[in-house]
Write a new protein. Structure first.
Length: 443
């Protein structure tokens, strides 16, 4: 029996000596009684330096309370399950460890001390921290992209969602991941059959897949989502899982829709512009007595058209302010705008087509004023007054200080025809003091 006990003790000693974990024994007062080779390697102290010394030598000052609680538990004969802590090395550096403490009993069964197994968890901590940082980066990337990540276990028919998925679908994470039928029900009805068919096909074929479809959230809001995923099969070709992300692509879809609308509008405007140019060409040619007068009149009208287009382009063709259209068309014709051009009226934004039409009208009125009216004399002035109500613009052009008008003009060229045709109602009065033209246009 004695021999068996000695052999058991020798075996235990060999195990302790060979262990890759540090094994440290201490008495009930916290004095070190055993210090194996791994303890020397991990903590830097030799057995000679530590045996007979208080265990507090390797305990950080802020953890002394923890050691006192451990000693109290040992005295009560308690086993301390593995827990994570920090110990101090001989060089003062800190070591991340996992500690397991067992009471040591004598032959009579009385507790005489404790044995601590110390496992270095530095690498595990480092990997855990790297994993945490990578997860944080993933969360940040998902939030920035307004996306969520998911995994699907095909064998158990269960989804696992990242927190962002619940936000994307407008669901409460406290209720857990919804069933597949509930997710299908969130798809906008007109897309439901297509999406279901494409999902079945993707799971059957395996590999990568992409889906885009609108969903309706519980609050009634609708968004577009893009699903990008991979289907994984086992060696037998059976679908075992899938993983991927869902991304909110509503802005992209709205932008695509806006782009398509802009292209349609551009096509419409180009056709309208070409039609205007064709009409201007024919009418200017018809009203011109020679090539030079044709070139001058036609170039002026093209510049007027281009000027209006520039204004509209700056505003993304959403419209142009009336005052800006007036200044844009007449600024180059009036040498002293502040004193010779008076504008009065409310802020009015003209629709694109109205701005283009009115720009040409103002160009014709201005050109006539330069040739025959108020702008042909140094003292001449033009006042433009407008009002806007109930979708109608009323604009009055009044010239004063130009040559006296004794008789109204008898010849009506393209400019006059353009003015008359561009407004719903046109009233022109040739007073001796100058022209007064009143226009009414729909807004």
């Amino acid at each position: 029996e004695r021999r068996a006990a000695e052999e058991a003790a020798a075996l235990l000693a060999a195990i302790v000596a060979a262990s890759q974990d540090a094994i440290i024994s201490k008495d009930l007062n916290g004095i070190v009684t055993h210090w194996n080779r791994s303890a020397e390697r991990l903590l830097g102290y030799s057995a000679e330096e530590m045996i007979g010394q208080p265990i507090s030598r390797i305990i950080p000052p802020d953890s002394t309370g923890e050691e006192l609680r451990i000693l109290s538990a040992i005295r009560s004969g308690e086993f301390i399950a593995p827990y994570e802590s920090i110990l101090l090395r001989k060089d003062g550096s800190k070591l991340d460890v996992s500690l397991t403490v067992s009471p040591i009993r004598n032959a009579a069964g009385d507790v005489t001390g404790g044995s601590t197994i110390v496992r270095d968890i530095t690498e595990r901590r480092r990997h855990s921290e790297m994993l945490r940082q990578n997860e944080e980066r993933l969360r940040l990337a998902l939030r920035s992209a307004r996306a969520g990540a998911w995994d699907y276990d095909a064998l158990r028919k269960k989804f696992h969602w990242s927190p962002e998925m619940f936000i994307l679908y407008g669901l409460d994470a406290a209720n857990g991941v919804p069933r597949r039928e509930h997710l299908i029900a969130q798809i906008e009805p007109s897309h439901r059959h297509r999406v279901r068919a494409e999902l079945v096909k993707a799971l059957a074929e395996g590999g990568s897949f992409t889906l885009e479809f609108p969903i309706v959230r519980p609050d009634g809001s609708e968004i577009w989502t893009a699903v990008v995923g991979d289907v994984i099969k086992d060696a037998a070709g059976r679908t075992v899982s899938a993983r991927g992300i869902d991304q909110d692509i509503t802005e992209r879809k709205n932008w695509d829709k806006h782009q398509a609308m802009l292209l349609r509008e551009l096509s419409h405007r180009v056709k309208n512009t070409l039609a205007v140019i064709q009409a201007m060409t024919r009418q200017t040619l018809r009203a011109s007595s020679d090539p030079k007068s044709f070139a001058e009149a036609f170039e002026g009208r093209i510049r007027s058209l281009a000027s209006s287009h520039n204004l509209l382009t700056e505003a993304d063709w959403s419209g142009a302010k009336l005052a800006d259209v007036i200044r844009n068309q007449l600024g180059a014709m009036v040498d002293d705008v502040a004193n010779r051009l008076a504008l009065r009226g409310p802020d009015v934004v003209l629709p694109a087509e109205t701005a283009t039409q009115l720009g040409l009208v103002l160009h014709e009125l201005g050109t006539n004023a330069v040739k025959y009216g108020a702008l042909s004399t140094p003292a001449g002035k033009i006042a433009i007054v407008w009002t806007a109500s109930r979708g109608k613009l009323c604009l009055t052009w009044r010239e004063r200080g130009g040559p006296r008008i004794d008789t109204p003009p008898t010849h009506e060229g393209f400019g006059t025809a353009l003015i008359v045709s561009s407004a719903g109602k046109v009233t022109r009065r040739f007073d001796p003091a100058g022209l007064t033209c009143r226009l009414e246009l729909a807004l």
